[in-house]
Design a binder for this molecule. Structure first.
Ligand code: DC
Length: 227
C-alpha cells in the first residue's frame, strides 16, 4: 500500500532537533523537508549584508520592506538568495543573534508565509518552524510540538557549534537560546505556541531513534501507514 501524502507540521522551541527530526521523517516517508526558519534566516542575512540592522539590532524596516519586492528567495529545499546557496552562511552567530527581531516583523512573516504555503500545497511535506501548525498550515493532518529543557537544548547546540569550529561559550549559547525563546513566544504576530491539536514530544532524554519509534506508532495508528 502507498502511504498517503499528508502535511506534517513540526513546531517547538529552538534546538529541540526539529530540523534533524523533520529531515529523517522526510527520508523515511519519501517526503520533502522544508525548514521555514531558513527563510527567516536568509532574510536576516540579506538585511545584515545590506546594512539594514545596526549593532543594537535596530532594523531599518522601511528599507527592508522596499527590498523584499526585489528579493528572490527560494527553498529548493536548501535556501537560496537569488542563485546563491546560503545554507551555511545563515547558521552563523551574527544571523542567529538578529533573526528573532526580523522574524517578529509582520510584513516579513506574511512574505515568508506566502512562500511556505506555495511550497507545501501539494502535501507530502514535513515543515518545521514555530507557527506551522497554528498559522501556516492550520489544517495540517499531523502536528507535533517539540520541547526539551533549556539546559539540554543549549548543551546540544553548544556541542554542534564547537564541533564545527565555532568559538563560543556554553553561557553565550544558553543566553542566545533563552532570548530567542522569549522573543519567539512573546511577539504579537504568530507567536510560538502549541496548537490545540498538536501532539507534544518532550525529547530531553530521547535519542533520534526513540523519536522515530514514537512517530511511526502514530503514523501507523492515525494514518494506517506501513513501514
Ligand atoms: O528554527 P530556527 O532557529 O532556524 O529559526 C530561526 C528563527 O526564525 C527563530 O528565532 C524563530 C524564527 N522562526 C519563526 O518565527 N517562525 C517559523 N516558522 C520559523 C522560524
Amino acid at each position: 500500500m502507498k502511504n498517503p501524502k499528508i502535511i506534517i507540521a513540526i513546531d517547538g522551541y529552538s534546538s529541540t532537533g526539529k530540523s534533524t527530526f523533520a529531515k529523517l521523517i522526510a527520508k523515511e516517508l519519501g517526503y520533502v523537508h522544508l525548514d521555514s526558519g531558513a527563510l527567516y534566516r536568509a532574510i536576516t542575512l540579506h538585511a545584515l549584508r545590506a546594512g539594514m540592522i545596526d549593532d543594537s539590532n535596530r532594523i531599518d524596516e522601511d528599507a527592508l520592506l522596499d527590498s523584499l519586492s526585489g528579493l528572490k528567495i527560494s527553498l529548493r529545499p536548501e535556501v537560496y538568495l537569488g542563485e546563491e546557496n546560503v545554507e551555511s552562511q545563515i547558521r552563523q552567530m551574527d544571523v542567529s543573534n538578529s533573526v528573532s527581531p526580523v522574524s517578529a516583523i509582520p510584513f516579513v512573516r506574511s512574505f515568508v508565509d506566502d512562500i511556505l504555503r506555495e511550497c507545501g500545497k501539494e502535501g507530502g511535506i514535513v515543515m518545521d518552524g514555530r507557527d506551522i501548525g497554528t498559522n501556516v498550515f492550520p489544517n495540517a493532518q499531523l502536528k507535533i510540538f517539540m520541547t526539551a529543557t533549556a539546559d539540554e537544548r543549549a548543551s546540544r547546540r553548544y556541542k554542534e557549534m564547537i564541533a564545527s569550529g565555532k568559538q563560543v561559550t556554553f553561557e553565550e549559547v544558553l543566553k542566545n537560546l533563552s532570548e530567542r525563546d522569549y522573543i519567539d513566544s512573546h511577539r504579537s504576530v504568530s507567536p510560538l505556541r502549541q496548537a490545540e491539536d498538536a501532539i507534544v514530544l518532550d525529547n530531553t532524554t530521547m535519542t533520534m531513534e526513540d523519536q522515530m519509534v514514537w512517530l511511526k506508532e502514530i503514523l501507523k495508528d492515525k494514518f494506517g501507514m506501513e513501514f
